[in-house]
Structure formats: structure tokens, C-alpha cells
Design a binder for this molecule. Structure first.
Ligand SMILES: [Zn+2]
Length: 323
């Protein structure tokens, strides 16, 4: 039996309580707007309920929208316009090859791996428009989810319909969100001679913007969507894209300590390069150990820097920073 919105919301509420996400939500609310996203560990969903997992996989847009409503209720603060629901530790079975994505996957939660091929400028999307009824002055809020501005059908206060009154948009009281478009390219290892690499467009919003850049490896998880291509006469043609829920950077060093070690090692290499020389690994290790970073960590960071194309070796063991 399909679940209605209220029973899904109560399932989500139980889930939030069981895994202490309600405490995290309160914490986000205290730091809002510096923090705006709740990261849900997918392994918790899996442990909690098959039903919830299936709903997240097959109907993510609905579940995420409802979970965001629940999160906002828990946060209980009218200054918060939205707490984004994002996922981490997404299981590998969600990963699809870009060329294997089919129309039956539209609306589902999928992950793709690839290299960021193109990044466009940050734009703005209207998510909620406020209108004033020019007949009675009532302010009406209307969620926006298409490219065209959607007006209220009628005024809930004076009951006048569109056409009988005018609705004036209140720009300052409307809610906007930053948005960015990237293109991900999947390079297959056993690519055929004349085969083009597969590509897909990904839309990033809000605090996902700027987490990655051109040339970086990335794992994107999001909702597969379809958009009709430009002209009306070609309605059958659609462009598929992913609306990102979360992005993971396989090369990124995660923990705070490793993060600062990473920066220190970058600085050491930069320093030596500035003196007109290429450092070798022993030199970097010696300098890093003086600050308290062990050899193993140095080597791991150097490997990451190489994979990121941050440093190169002109000849064995000597490093130069290229950024
Ligand atoms: Zn009115």
C-alpha cells in the first residue's frame, strides 16, 4: 500500500529520533545560515527500515521534500527557509555508468563517478515567490519549481481569482537559491577506439556550489531528471540531468588534522620551490616531521597531490607545485 505524506513524515520523525538527527538539526539551526545541510548516513537508513530505503531510492524527491519539512519543524525557527537533506556513505549499488542511464531511471536516486569537465557561473533560482494581492493586500507565498513564474490561482483572503485581482511579486520577501551547472565526464578504462566518453549535466545548489572544480574527480548522487528540449515542436526530445543531493570528492582528504597537514605540506613545497629548487620527498618528510607530521601521512598526502595534478615530478623523487 502506498504511504501518504503524513505517514512518511512520521516515519522520518522516528528515524531522526532514533539516530539523533534531531540533535544535529538543532545544532544546524543554531549555526544557520553558515550551516544549511543535514547529512544523513545511508547506512542508518538501511538499518532502520527497508521501506524508507526503497522510498528514498525510488521516489527521492518526495521523501527529501517531506524530510526537509520535518527538519524545519524540528528546527522550529521561522528565520530558516530550508535545511537541505543530503546523504553520505551511499552504497555502491546506486552507482550507474552514465551510458547505462535509461529513461526508466528518471525520478530515481542515482550516483555517477566522473571527472568535472565544465563548470558554469553561479546563477540564481527563485524557489519561493511572495505576492501581494492588490485588491486586499494579503501576502501569498507560492513555491516555484519550473522556469516560468507561477502566480497564485486565487487570493485566500478576499477569494478573488487571478484576473479579478492582480498579484504583485514582492522580490525582497521571496526566497532565492544559488545554482551552478557542471558537466561530468566518465572515462572508461577500456574505452573503444572511436567511442566518445559519456557525459551528463549536473545541477548543484546552495552549499554544494564551489566544492569541486574543473578536472577533479567526483562522485555525484542525485535525482535523475528530464527537461524538454527548447522548442515546442520537439517535445519528445528530452535532456537528462542530475539534480545533485550530495557530492563526494574521492581525492579529498577528509579529517581536519589531515586537512591542515595537507596545507602544511603544500606550504613546504611552495617554500622550497620559491627558493628555485625542487624538493625531494626526504626533504619534505624532514620538514613535516619537525612540525609533528609522520612520514606515512606525508607520503599519503603526496600521493593525493599527485593524483590531483597539484604536483609533478620532473625526475624521480623531486616535486614541483603546479596548482
Ligand atoms: Zn485579496
Amino acid at each position: 500500500m502506498p504511504m501518504n505524506d503524513e505517514s512518511i513524515k512520521s516515519l522520518v520523525r522516528d528515524f531522526f529520533i532514533k539516530y539523533e538527527y534531531n540533535l544535529m538539526i538543532v545544532n544546524i539551526a543554531n549555526k544557520y545560515p553558515d550551516e544549511r545541510s543535514l547529512y544523513i548516513d545511508f547506512t542508518h537508513i538501511r538499518k532502520f527500515s527497508d521501506e524508507l530505503e526503497k522510498l528514498v531510492q525510488k521516489d527521492p524527491e518526495r521523501i527529501i521534500t517531506l524530510a526537509e519539512i520535518v527538519a524545519k519543524e524540528i528546527a522550529n525557527n521561522e528565520n530558516i527557509s530550508k535545511i537541505n537533506i543530503r546523504f553520505k556513505n551511499i552504497p555502491d549499488e546506486f552507482v550507474k555508468k552514465i551510458k547505462e542511464i535509461r529513461s526508466k531511471n528518471i525520478g530515481e536516486l542515482i550516483s555517477v563517478n566522473g571527472i568535472v569537465n565544465k563548470v558554469t557561473e553561479v546563477g540564481t533560482r527563485l524557489v519561493m515567490a511572495s505576492f501581494m494581492c492588490t485588491n486586499c493586500g494579503a501576502v501569498i507565498k507560492k513555491d516555484q519549481d519550473s522556469d516560468i513564474l507561477e502566480y497564485p490561482a486565487y487570493c485566500p483572503q478576499c477569494k478573488k481569482k487571478k484576473g479579478e485581482t492582480k498579484f504583485k511579486m514582492l522580490e525582497k520577501e521571496s526566497v532565492y537559491i544559488d545554482t551552478q551547472k557542471i558537466e561530468i565526464e566518465e572515462k572508461s578504462e577500456n574505452i573503444e577506439y572511436d567511442e566518445q566518453p559519456s557525459k551528463i549535466i549536473v545541477y548543484l545548489e546552495d552549499d554544494l556550489i564551489g566544492l569541486t572544480k574543473q578536472g577533479k574527480r567526483v562522485k555525484v548522487t542525485g535525482i535523475l531528471k528530464a527537461k524538454q528540449r527548447g522548442i515546442k515542436t520537439q517535445k519528445t526530445l528530452v535532456d537528462r540531468y542530475i539534480y545533485a543531493i550530495s557530492i563526494e570528492l574521492p581525492d579529498k582528504i577528509e579529517s581536519q588534522n589531515e586537512r591542515s597537514s595537507y596545507e602544511i605540506i603544500l606550504d613546504i613545497i611552495k617554500q622550497i620551490n620559491n627558493n628555485g629548487r625542487y624538493p625531494d620527498i626526504n626533504e619534505i618528510i624532514k620538514d613535516a616531521e619537525a612540525i609533528g607530521i609522520d612520514e606515512k601521512t606525508v607520503r599519503r598526502i603526496i600521493e593525493t597531490l599527485k593524483k590531483d595534478n597539484y604536483i609533478y615530478m620532473p625526475f624521480s623523487g623531486k616535486y614541483k607545485l603546479i596548482e
